[in-house]
Design a binder for this molecule. Sequence first.
Ligand code: ADP
Length: 479
Amino acid sequence: MKVLSVASEIFPLVKTGGLADVTGALPGAVAPLGVEMRTVVPGYPAVMAQLGKPKVLGTLEDVLGHSVTLLGAKVAGLDLIVVQAPGLYEREGGPYAGLDGIDFGDNWKRFAVLSKSAALIATGAIKGYRPDVVHVHDWQAAMVPCYLAFGDSPAPPSVITVHNIAFQGQFAAHVFGELGLPASAWADGVEYYGGVGFLKAGLRAAQAITTVSPTYAREIRTAEFGMGLEGLINGRADVVSGIVNGIDTDLWDPETDDCLVAPFSAKVLKAREKNRKAVIKSFGLAPAKGPILAVISRLTWQKGMDLLAEALDGIVAAGASVAILGAGDRDLEQAFIEAAARHPGRVAVHVGYDEPLAHLMQGGCDAILVPSRFEPCGLTQLYGLRYGCVPIVARTGGLADTVIDANMAARAAGVATGFHIGRLTAERIVDAVALACEVHDDKPAWTRMMKNGMASDVSWDASARGYVSLYQRLAGEAR
Ligand code: ADP
């Protein structure tokens, strides 16, 4: 089966978040199940620089006024179709914003051209290539199903995956006239609160909707999490499902990870102690009996970092130490720096983005704290499970789906892998940490939890099967 994936980011070529990890891992994960996946991405400078000698697969004369060249290349095992459109993608800065951090004013056009080009590819623009299913990711590719629905050619079925419903691609109403859609499309999916909504249009037009965990799939049907799209999601509940992300188990492998001082496994857990010492040294923590909690996070409201700042005094009083690695809101950075000054040796913060340190923390800290207000899937708790760094998580989205709470029943059955924070408040965060401290004191019980986590399947295998059965169903329905 042939699947055309469309995305604005793909690891290892261009990444700003978890989306890139998923689009980068999916092709390799579904290949053993008989799916040939090609991925359409924009020709940003970072992408162009890694193409080597690409092949010209075709040209599209006039895509919303732009001439587009489709370049084919195989990079890092990925089969890419790069959309090259002079003036649109080859710019300084990131995929969405310039060096000044301000979003490009023509993002609507950049991603409408990406989507329209992908829709043309899906309906035969490249000689000899016809996908059975189109899989698009997030608002940047969300107009693909819409272009397919309003196009002239018979179109393959499409699925849209929502990685975070907070990002919707909303633009002014006047943009509509330049999208090359019939006037009827305005009322038939594209109009969103008086403007243009890319994600909304995709959610309306795609044959199936997925998001990155079953709990988040339910949550986005409510006003609290749906961010204005809950009505639409509810109306299409029969085609909405959640498939949890996997992680790259080669890159994140405690037995081979170069960022660790000492590699370890569930069988040789003793070696982990050396990494713990390295964390203590690197953060300037005082050696302590209680657990060392890792926080590896964007410092934002979504991640509950304001609640964490409020909870820190209580966490220290409960007996834990905290090592924070993160960057984000200046106020939160400051709050953590102040907490570190109040609790020298017990709370330490490293402001910045440091991939090797993130690995060392997962391999050396005792627990990882993830108090997110919402979390479509979340990756840090999955790394924690694999590295024996017991997750303490908010009971939301993918966090709830991937961590088995150490409630009485789960502990009695010996199956717990972490701790859920009930209703998310600073007090409840302290309560969950206090319980973790208690279990940490009971070495056999704690080791059991670490080993349970390390035995959890956090690979792409199950997710890949989920996506492939969805593709098969869509292709079957289309026949
Ligand atoms: P989100 O994509 O919403 O930020 P995820 O948990 O899905 O949250 O993914 C976050 C990823 O970014 C993880 O791989 C995590 O290790 C990494 N990360 C976040 N902050 C930092 C940091 N300051 N330094 C290193 N890695 C970080």
